[in-house]
Ligand binder design. Structure first.
Ligand code: ZN
Ligand code: ZN
Length: 240
């Protein structure tokens, strides 16, 4: 098979209107058209010995510019660099701003939570784990948290004055469970019209059976989630 090449002239004679926000600029890659030439390269089996490239031919067409959206790029508010299609920047100013935003978000979550002192917490009878938000770590009990923080101070990673910034949350736990109705529903989907009702008459029997099984799996499926509503306040005195 042989290839023939045709050249197509494309002329757009039109004017595009762009209403730009302050941090937006016309994309320098496409000049604001929002378009670029896409090669769509291809090769033929018979090309193998004739060309060094795998795809020596092209079916060029016009596609959306891969450096912008609608011919417009946003500028980073911190270093003024054009961001292409990215929603973020690598510069220090941008990173600092993100860190600050995250800090404020964490702080807001912490401020909203109900607070218990370590002393009060020690009087509680609890089986849940604790979540130290600053480190993204779960702990068995408050003793382990304090030991961990003492280690951090000893290693010089934090100072005793940082202790008041620790955001320790209680957790909720959940483990394997089954919803009999939805199990029967999906199991009888393809069966005759009364299969669902007939089976639902015995749902209690199945629920009991599944509960026993879930209980057996409880320990190995137990999962903890931070309870953002309840927290424990650690003071420097708790570490002494
Ligand atoms: Zn562009
Ligand atoms: Zn930047």
């Amino acid at each position: 098979m042989s290839i023939r090449t045709e050249n197509i002239e494309v002329n757009f004679d039109l004017t595009l209107k762009k209403d730009l926000e302050e941090n937006e600029e016309i994309c320098p890659k496409c000049g604001g058209a929002g378009l670029q030439v896409s090669d769509n390269p291809f090769g033929l089996a018979s090309d193998k010995d004739k060309y060094s490239e795998m795809f020596p031919h092209k079916k060029q067409t016009i596609a959306g510019c891969s450096h912008c959206y609608n011919g417009v790029q946003r500028k980073c508010a911190h270093c003024n660099e054009l961001l292409g299609r990215k929603g973020w920047c690598d510069c220090t100013g941008y990173k600092n701003k993100q860190t600050e935003k995250q800090y404020l978000k964490d702080l807001e979550k912490w401020n909203k939570a109900l607070k218990t002192s370590v002393e009060e917490h020690l009087k509680e009878d609890y089986t849940y784990m604790l979540y130290l938000d600053n480190y993204g770590q779960f702990f068995e009990n408050i003793g382990d948290v304090i030991e961990f923080l003492q280690d951090q101070i000893e290693q010089g990673d934090i100072e005793i004055s940082n202790i008041t910034n620790m955001r320790l949350f209680k957790t909720n736990q959940t483990s394997l469970s089954f919803d009999v109705q939805s199990i029967i529903e999906s199991a009888t989907e393809e069966l005759h019209d009364n299969a669902y009702e007939n089976t639902m008459e015995h749902q209690e029997e199945l629920q009991e059976f599944l509960n026993t099984f879930a209980e057996k799996m409880k320990k190995s499926t137990l999962t903890y989630f931070p309870n953002w509503e309840e927290s424990i306040v650690i003071s420097p005195n708790d570490l002494k």
